[in-house]
Design a protein around this ligand. Sequence first.
Ligand code: OXD
Ligand code: MN
Length: 586
Amino acid sequence: MTRQLETLNEWVQATARKTRPDRIHWCDGSNAEAQALTELMLASGDLIALNPSTHPDCYLHRSDPDDVARVEHLTFICTPQREQVGPNNRWMSPDQAHTKMNALFDGCMQGRTLYVVPYCMGPIDSPLSRCGVEITDSPYVVANMRIMTRMGQIALQRIEREAQFVKGLHSIGELNPERRFILHFPEEGLIQSYGSGYGGNALLGKKCHALRIAAWQGRQQGWLAEHMLIVGIENPQGATHYIAAAFPSACGKTNLSMLIPPPSYCRAGWKVWTVGDDICWMQAGADGRLWAINPEAGFFGVAPGTSRKTNLNALATLSHDTIFTNVGLTSDGQPWWEGLDKGKPAIDWQGRTFDPANGPAAHPNSRFTVRANQCPSWSAHSEDPQGIPISAIVFGGRRANLMPLVFETRDWTHGVLTGASMRSETTAAATGQVGVLRRDPMAMKPFCSYNFGDYFAHWLSFDHPGAKLPKIFHVNWFRKNDQGAFMWPGFGDNLRILEWILGRCEGIAEAQETAIGYLPRMQDLNLDGLSIDRTDLQALLRINPAEWTEELQDVGTYLAGYGEHLPQALELARQQMAAALAAEHP
Ligand code: OXD
Ligand code: MN
């Protein structure tokens, strides 16, 4: 056995001594293994088979009703100094954390199987990819990790070749919210998660590794781990440009990444290619451009709202070989959720006969887990070892007012300030109140494992001589009019905005300069075939100086909270914007 595998084996044995499972199973990622796990979960009731003629090889998992979302209040970063994690994280000292977790993990796998899940985040041959090993006592987690990562023997072989892997220890424990902790020890390359089986808390390759640990490593090693989708837009001339876009959880990343062009665009020959829907790792290439990979191999998407109108590609993707979690059921065993424009719910997500008095049939954060390459718009370039070059970075939040439909930032620093100032309404992806407007820089509030001030400085450090950085934009699909209705149709029509964005990158689209950046005028957008109230569209492309003055003051107060960690350049850029606004609208 090589030294790498010995280290891994010793850790597995030590973990087994602590957690005392009945059995240890090393996952190889094979079909036979997946089949056996499915049978086991069908027998235990962990999975329910769905209608095999409409949804072959699809299953429903019902989680504990108290375990349906990420738990930000129970998620900690454990570093020697509190200062390292900043005011944007919950901190625990590594000593206290280890004492707490050792007590929780003590004997917790008795009567269970300990699964060893080697995985690779990113294309198996990419130098940008990173490996990890998750130890878990949940077969549901294994089945999901198999879809979401390159898992098993191939990952183990890479681990054997490489010097490092991230260690993740997970137990569902008693699924008791009082005994639930999601802990990260970035300096040890270690994750410990106890008491939850929910994706974001339990599939450790995803948020815990590919965002929190990776963000920390990226800062040390000069790359970025971001909460971004990656989408390729092919124009009628056959050229494809890639956009990376950060939106908070449950704000439409999956939909944007799988967008179906409006009919006039389809006729003209536009195509959209999906690379990723949630996470993007980026690093500068030898040519100065930013090159990106999607570290994931699957989608763990929000089901409610997914329909033929909003995301036909997603519906086609999850018509087979999909695990659904906490959705409702029709009388003939098909999955059902609010917004699905087909069928009726008979059973709700908790297994009860559907009764609207009990709330929605599907939990608002119900999910599908499915392999990315099942998506009709999946890009074969997702597997390119060198990644794909990014032409534009887009930030966006869920904001009922203030933010225009789209604007281009002046330069990288202004772009970083715009990302740092992002605000969005909270959603059901995390426990807590929904619809509360909060600052969510770069959509990384729940995932940036270190001081946001240092994170902004890390972003700024990419702007150096020789760098050919993408342009940075901000969009808002969620603006509402006085009647409370969304003003922009969104979904496929968002391509109109992406076309303008790429036109700006190529220097062929026009814009008007304002104090907050460059905005398209109506005539700068392709509105062919779009039905939208012109008053709404005008409002979407206008800025309100008084509201913006207030916003910039609030941004100043927010950023000042990072004290000495805040790069001066960001505060200067904010002051310049405020001065430009005052000059434009005295
Ligand atoms: C997710 C999330 O599951 O952001 O992607 O919560
Ligand atoms: Mn996400």
